[in-house]
Design a protein around this ligand. Structure first.
Ligand code: AMP
Length: 112
């Protein structure tokens, strides 16, 4: 069981900001910006690269939920970044799909 599955199961604490039947969102423990929230599916999908066509509604729901949280966090006008790290070169460290919602400061491009 991954650390994110344990957060879903309330076995370890997290600062949860949103929950519905399909997903959970909580603040990143090592924030890279004033707002850094992870939006994860409750379904244990390891990474976006392992999604299947039947996951299309779920993936859309994660993105739409992230935009709603951005509005609640009041970063929708200043801007924000949604990031999904997939695999070693991208720096994926937890094998449970998560969308990073990052905002509250200007960001450079491309990422390092
Ligand atoms: P990634 O590198 O894309 O796999 O992102 C994993 C993210 O999970 C990192 O930004 C970590 O800081 C974050 N993280 C790891 N453990 C926890 C935790 N217990 N609660 C909240 N965020 C966590």
């Amino acid at each position: 069981m991954t650390i994110f599955q344990r957060i879903i199961a309330r076995e370890i604490p997290a600062t949860i900001v949103y929950e519905d039947d399909q997903c959970l969102a909580f603040r990143d423990i090592n924030p890279q910006a004033p707002v850094h929230i992870l939006v994860i599916p409750k379904k244990p999908l390891a990474r976006v690269g392992e999604s299947e066509p039947t996951d299309t509604p779920l993936l859309g729901h994660l993105l739409v939920t992230a935009t709603e949280i951005a509005r609640r966090e009041k970063i929708d006008r200043s801007g924000y970044r949604l990031v999904i790290n997939n695999g070693p070169d991208a720096g994926e460290s937890v094998p449970h799909l998560h969308v990073h919602l990052i905002g509250g400061r200007p960001m450079g491009w491309p990422p390092g």
